[in-house]
Design a protein around this ligand. Structure first.
Ligand code: CO
Length: 134
């Protein structure tokens, strides 16, 4: 079960421009910026008090976020739920025939373990599990 909402993921065409917008409008502070080549994104993690927003700029058109931007434009991309054990959560959902994008966890920002649940399973919102990878 989810422990809390870890972050909201937002697709943007230019991550550095978006960092400035979120910092100017909402006082968000840049926590971390990293290129995740295997996921095809340049990602920036921002803190707003104890809460976190993840801005995602695609590294190319033929990437998941690149296709999302082309189809739907910039905006909300996913909700990430923190869990104790991503593998266990995937197994629990699989046992309920929930449609998954990732059958195994992969490496996300900060080296966290992440895995995505298909938006078909949630009523249209991509969901992500996040757990400490260590
Ligand atoms: Co995320």
């Amino acid at each position: 079960m989810a422990l809390n909402v870890h972050h909201l993921g937002i697709a943007v065409p230019d991550v550095d421009a978006a960092v400035l917008v979120y910092s100017d409008l909402f006082g968000a502070t840049l926590e971390h910026r990293e290129s995740l080549d295997d996921q095809g994104v340049l990602a920036a993690s921002l803190l707003v008090g104890p809460s976190r927003i993840e801005l995602l700029e695609p590294l190319g058109e033929d990437t998941p976020v690149g296709r999302f931007l082309a189809k739907r434009g910039p905006g909300m991309h996913h909700v990430a739920f923190e869990v104790a054990d991503v593998v266990a959560e995937l197994a629990r959902l699989r046992a309920h025939d929930v449609q998954l994008i990732d059958e195994e966890p992969r490496r996300g920002l900060f080296g966290l373990q992440v895995a995505f649940v298909h938006p078909e399973a949630t009523g249209g919102v991509l969901a992500e599990f996040v757990a400490d990878g260590s």
